[in-house]
Write a protein of this length. Structure first.
Length: 398
């Protein structure tokens, strides 16, 4: 019952270890943006399970603490940003509206928000355009002629400008958080960059903070040449030894439980410092131990259970989404990768190993990228998005 650990996607860890620098940096960003000073926003990138979502949520918490208006979305492949952004902005407006002294100004912004949302045009497979029913929870009439041109970049710039002005009246700002940002299309990423660029030139207090897989910075750079000047790229990675220990020790200390040094050695060997694994192994080890301090024997006893749980929940759930051809492709990748299979492999080597022409493997590669199992930061190379995935596949019988 007292087990403090929290394995699971987006699960808030009992101790957010090793992220102090990012949190401090974001405090400065919020302060500068609220003051209308030039400042780059933040984009987090890294493999699955390193703690991007959790860090993004913590950054949002900092903005909320400063009474900023905030909203968050999770991007999906082949879904336009417009409606999710409208909903996130709506949440941010609601957070500042009740403190604003001029209800007419609030209504004006709500009207623009509505017209922005109504600008959503979806195209079905036959190319027929239709407008979705929009519900963003405001009963204000849409304002004609603002943020409704249909051009996402222009509309975002107008919407963001009006919302930022509203927040500025209160001496605060607006922060929009976008998780799984690599799933936003290049075109829409470009529109988003364009709007952010415009806002930063005005010194308007609005930031877009993103998180996504390791190739997100590359995707942003491909969408707009000046993306690098808009965002500070933060690589979210494995925890160094001292921080991995901290992630285990601090929550245990809260329950008057300690670890023997050898147990911590063994846990780091198993988890490699990957936050998801730290939580997963920490949890089963706690359950296996009968007394404090937790010992290396407890870790060894618990490890197979942790592996089983990861095989089902972390690795297997993803592997199951792949087609047979995609699975062959990944097994070949796993065979070529060194260490735990987290290394980058060239598509030429994969083709050679499968005795196929590289072009004939493009569908499998593209499918895996779309499913978020594989990423490519550099032309002609691929790598797994999930740490230790290569090792996991090598232990599976085909
Ligand atoms: N800094 C950290 N210290 C300890 N545990 C963490 C940390 N960051 C994340 N975790 C844990 O790791 C797991 C994965 O976090 P998540 O944010 O979902 O990763 P990602 O979004 O990168 O896939 C969660 O169980 C979370 O509690
Ligand atoms: Mg995540």
């Amino acid at each position: 019952m007292r087990n403090p650990y929290a394995p699971g996607a987006g699960q808030r860890p009992p101790e957010l270890a090793g992220r102090d620098r990012e949190l401090r940096q974001f405090e400065v960003t919020l302060e500068r943006v609220a003051g209308g000073r030039p400042e780059r926003s933040m984009v987090l990138s890294g493999l699955r399970g390193v703690g991007k979502t959790v860090l993004l949520n913590a950054l949002r918490g900092q903005a909320v603490k400063r009474a900023w208006g905030t909203g968050k979305i999770e991007a999906r492949p082949e879904q336009s940003l417009r409606l999710p952004v409208a909903q996130a902005v709506n949440a941010a407006v609601r957070e500042v509206a009740h403190r604003h002294r001029d209800p007419d100004r609030v209504d004006a912004v709500a009207g623009v928000l509505k017209s922005f949302a109504l600008g959503t045009r979806l195209e079905d497979r036959k190319g027929i355009r239709w407008q979705p029913a929009v519900s963003i929870g405001t009963d204000v009439a849409a304002t004609k002629g603002r943020a409704d041109s249909g051009d996402l970049e222009l509309d975002l710039a107008e919407l963001f400008t009006d919302v930022a002005d509203l927040a500025r009246d209160l001496g605060v700002g607006v922060a929009i958080f976008i998780d799984e940002m690599q799933d936003v299309s290049t075109e829409e990423l470009g529109a988003l960059c364009g709007a952010c660029h415009e806002l930063s030139q005005q010194g308007a207090p609005l930031v877009v903070v993103g998180a996504g897989l390791p190739h997100l910075p590359v995707a942003l750079a491909a969408s707009r040449s000046y993306a690098e000047r808009l965002f500070r790229y933060v690589a979210v990675d494995r925890l160094p030894r001292a921080m991995a220990d901290r992630a285990l020790l601090v929550p245990a200390g809260g329950e008057d439980v300690d670890y023997e040094a050898a147990a911590l050695d063994e846990l780091y060997r198993l988890t490699d410092g990957y936050p998801y694994f730290v939580q997963a192994y920490g949890k089963v080890t706690w359950d296996a131990a009968i007394a404090s301090p937790i010992r290396v024997a407890d870790v060894r006893e618990a490890a197979p259970e942790a592996e089983r749980e990861l095989a089902v929940g972390f690795f297997g759930a993803r592997f199951d989404r792949a087609t047979p051809a995609e699975r062959d492709y990944m097994r070949t990748m796993a065979g070529l990768g060194v260490d735990n299979g987290d290394s980058v492999v060239t598509t030429a080597d994969i083709a050679r190993a499968l005795v196929r022409r590289p072009q004939s493997l493009s569908p499998a590669r593209d499918g895996l990228i779309k499913k978020g199992l594989v990423y490519s930061s550099e032309r002609g190379t691929v790598a797994f998005t999930v740490p230790h995935f290569g090792r996991f596949l090598r232990t599976q019988r085909p």
